[in-house]
Write a protein that binds this ligand. Structure first.
Ligand SMILES: Cc1cc2nc3c(=O)[nH]c(=O)nc-3n(C[C@H](O)[C@H](O)[C@H](O)COP(=O)(O)OP(=O)(O)OC[C@H]3O[C@@H](n4cnc5c(N)ncnc54)[C@H](O)[C@@H]3O)c2cc1C
Ligand SMILES: Cc1cc2nc3c(=O)[nH]c(=O)nc-3n(C[C@H](O)[C@H](O)[C@H](O)COP(=O)(O)O)c2cc1C
Length: 602
């Protein structure tokens, strides 16, 4: 409904409120309107404890959808599940696991779990507490409870959808009955998720309806729709073709790393973002490698293939639509069957050997080392859909308006006698030309946000490309003239080669926006020094900031850095408070629950 058509009868507002709203909106440009809409939605979410729920009918237990999500995929599937359930007239409650009180489990009768997996088979942050709680003695018996679990993951990881498996197992152990078979979804999950949602709701519907009728309840629609931020028409499924304006190398000539500062214009789109969000970027595979694959498989480049409902040439499909860099066991399995290659077929039987085999190889390598004549469609059916890569946004719209900036580290390595590049970083750094169009969408991340209060101090730990969201935070705080103190920890191999955004950081230090900067250039002295060492060196002061209410952020490498920084924090808390390991971990858990300890790691 257009705002001009809004009246008191058609809304929960009084006529006076409608007039005030119309007056205010008339003064705002589209970006400001989107921001206000997102702000109000988030505020409404906070007031309802982050739960956008249709009221439960009478005493009837609703279908509770518990989701755990880091980058929004599981949250998106959970929201679709909620929509579909409501469209069937079912009473439903959508809850982020981080906001869920485990004591509420006793009242549940119908539960769905939608959860992704991180690290080495670990839950996303917002699912950690519930995941852990369900395995403790404190967890209640759940006899009579019906549950269905859907996992989101990536089959290129060893522990595929492990968290979903854990949740189902833990619920079952407590007595809950799986009412619909768990689905473990890979990166290309949309169609499978839609099928699972249908099936799961078919399974829950009879019990839920019977119960709603027995209690004489009715499902009441939410007056103002769900409290979701204003959404752009451009999404992962419908990306915006944006102009790539700048790709600039920001590491030195002698650096071991190639990091690019990338600027993309969002002009002509309705995409908005908030510091802490990521940008999804689609890319084109290397044409030379695609042609080599076609030669190796003796396929004519103009052969037509089908991808879903779309028909296109195999060459175009391989360049634009299919994954050719990130390897995963599913490809080896399908390629082994399609080619009848005995060595590859042997790998399919041995999980450990398969892992070892795919680890150093891109899909190109596997085809190159095992060439075979194939039908065009057979090759296509072996490959999975190309997935956009996410990049933490390195700018604030308060400063750059309709632009979005990224900090992209080029993935490059030598293997089997040739140079290898990552699919997307290789495209952005080496193949894409400034001025060309790249398909993008913005991915909201409410798990990585500046404090609402501008006076709150923040500590940011962002070595390497982990600096990206902190550049956005600083731009935003600068524009807002936020008075809160800002402390940055940055690290990389060498001061002269790898000090990303050095001039800006020094400028912010000079202007006073940055209260403190601690840098760890690991290879500038005999002994390696990392950001966690710098934190430890400032142990007392870091603890004092935390005690004074600081929010603590980590961005960058998930495998080692984030774990080492976490351990440094545990040690700092122990050292300054006399707490033991368990109590220090609890201190951090409490910070996390208060949204004061946030990670954006990959
Ligand atoms: C929320 C989020 C935020 C992110 N933010 C940023 C950011 O700000 N900046 C940034 O640069 N990246 C960021 N990333 C990572 C980014 O999304 C991509 O994963 C990264 O750019 C690599 O993608 P690619 O397509 O270039 O490489 P891919 O084609 O995906 O290839 C990468 C794969 O190559 C393999 N590989 C890498 N090195 C080697 C080696 N030496 N030997 C053998 N195999 C190897 C690994 O299997 C690796 O998974 C972020 C990721 C997430 C999830
Ligand atoms: C750093 C990182 C680690 C991951 N580890 C795993 C893993 O161990 N197992 C798995 O199945 N998927 C893994 N994934 C894939 C995610 O689970 C997958 O992208 C999922 O769709 C993310 O959903 P979310 O946005 O709801 O968090 C990982 C992804 C990232 C970025």
């Amino acid at each position: 409904m257009l705002l001009s058509q809004l009246n008191a009868a058609a809304s929960p507002l009084s006529q006076e409120q409608v007039q005030k709203l119309q007056g205010l909106v008339a003064e705002l440009n589209p970006i400001q309107q989107a921001w206000v809409s997102g702000y109000l939605a988030a505020n409404a979410g906070a007031l309802t404890g982050g739960v956008a729920a249709a009221p439960a009918a009478g005493d009837a237990a609703p279908l509770t959808i518990l989701y755990g999500s880091q980058t929004g995929n599981a949250k998106g599937v959970a929201s679709k599940l909620k929509e579909q359930a409501e469209s069937r007239g079912l009473s439903v409650k959508l809850v982020n696991m981080a906001d869920y009180k485990p004591t509420a489990l006793k009242k549940e009768k119908f539960i769905t779990v939608v959860v992704s997996t991180y690290g080495e088979g670990e839950p996303p942050e917002d699912a950690e507490s519930l995941h852990e709680f369900l395995a403790t003695k404190k967890a209640p018996k759940l006899d009579g409870v019906k549950v269905a679990v859907i996992g989101l993951g990536d089959s290129s990881y060893e522990f595929f959808c492990q968290t979903a498996k854990d949740f189902e197992e833990r619920f079952n152990k407590l007595g809950a009955e799986t009412i619909f078979q768990r689905a473990d979804l890979d990166v290309d999950y949309d169609d499978e998720a839609a099928k699972w949602i249908d099936g799961a709701l078919d399974a829950f519907e009879p019990d839920l309806k019977a119960q709603q009728q027995a209690s004489g309840g009715q499902v009441v629609a939410m007056p103002f729709g769900a409290a979701a931020p204003a959404a752009s028409q451009y999404t992962k499924q419908n990306p915006f073709a944006a102009e790539l304006s700048v790709v600039q190398k920001i590491t030195g000539r002698d650096s071991t790393k190639d990091v690019r500062h990338v600027e993309i214009s969002l002009e002509g789109s309705d995409i908005t973002y908030t510091p802490g969000d990521s940008l999804g970027v689609y890319f084109l595979n290397d044409e030379a490698l695609v042609d080599e694959v076609l030669t190796l498989t003796q396929i004519d480049a103009s052969s037509t293939v089908k991808l879903g409902d779309e028909e296109l040439s195999i060459r175009d499909a391989l360049i634009e639509k299919l994954e050719l860099t990130q390897s995963y066991p599913g490809f080896v399995e399908k390629y082994a069957t399609a080619t009848g290659n005995p060595e590859l077929l042997k790998l399919v039987e041995d999980k450990a050997a398969m892992r070892e085999y795919i680890e150093p190889r891109q899909i190109f390598d596997i085809i190159r080392q095992n060439p075979a004549q194939l039908e065009a469609q057979t090759l296509v059916d072996c490959l999975r859909k190309l997935q956009a890569r996410l990049y933490s946004i390195a700018s604030s719209q308060a400063e750059v308006e309709e632009e979005v900036h990224l900090t992209v580290g080029l993935v490059e390595f030598d293997a089997f006698g040739s140079e290898h590049l990552g699919g997307c970083s290789g495209y952005l750094a080496r193949r894409a030309e400034e001025g060309c169009k790249v398909k993008v969408f913005s991915e909201h991340n409410d798990n990585f946000r500046l404090p609402a209060n501008d006076e709150t101090p923040i500590i940011m730990v962002g070595p390497g490309t982990g600096i990206a969201p902190f550049r956005a935070f600083l731009q935003e705080r600068d524009a807002r003239e936020a008075s809160g103190k800002n402390w940055l920890f940055f690290g990389n191999p060498h001061f002269t080669q790898d000090f990303l955004y050095q001039v800006e950081i020094q400028g912010y230090l000079k202007s006073g926006l940055l209260t403190k900067v601690d840098v760890a250039f690991s290879r500038d002295q005999a002994e390696k020094v990392y950001v966690q060492d710098k934190l430890r060196k400032n142990s007392q002061e870091v603890f004092a900031w935390l005690e004074a209410g600081a929010h603590f952020y980590i961005c960058g490498d998930a495998n080692r850095m984030a774990k080492d920084v976490h351990q440094a924090l545990v040690d700092i808390i122990k050292e300054n408070s006399g707490k033991d390991d368990e109590q220090a971990e609890q201190y951090l858990k409490d910070l996390r629950s208060a949204n004061r300890y946030q990670k954006d790691v990959y």
